[in-house]
Design a protein around this ligand. Sequence first.
Ligand code: HEC
Length: 134
Amino acid sequence: MRKRFLAPFVLSAVFFAACGGGQNNSEQQADAGEGTAVDSSMVAPGANAPVPKGKALIDDQDCKTCHKPDTKLVGPGYKEIAQKYPNNEETISMLADKIIKGGAGNWGEVAMLPHPSVPREDAEEMVKYIMSLK
Ligand code: HEC
């Protein structure tokens, strides 16, 4: 007799809790989502577009004494380079080699200095960044 009386009560309490809990969760998630969106747009203009690794690596090197993104300096502009080659593994590997070993004859008489101290992975990151400027 006692059990029969309690069972529906317990069940409905569980049901109620589960249902209420579910609603709370989804509300919290919605809040969190909005909060994040507002936060990242308000932190800094660049927050949504962090500096690419390859750009940071290039900035650390002497590249900018001879290269600019848009215009020819001593060497070709990065955009020109990006437009000259297809963006694929072969190009990345070939240009990473040039960065490390130096190169000449593709753009004019002036040669590019070798950068033997640049690790291969870093050189590839630099090329990926250059190719992204197309
Ligand atoms: C002393 C000047 C100088 C510096 C420093 C320099 N470059 Fe160059 N770079 C050149 C010249 C000149 C060329 C064109 C070479 C040619 O005609 O093949 C060139 C060509 C390139 C190319 C295209 C190669 C090809 O075969 O098309 C890439 C990519 C490149 N440079 C990246 C870099 C990066 C990355 C750095 C820094 C690590 C760097 N360069 C530093 C002068 C320089």
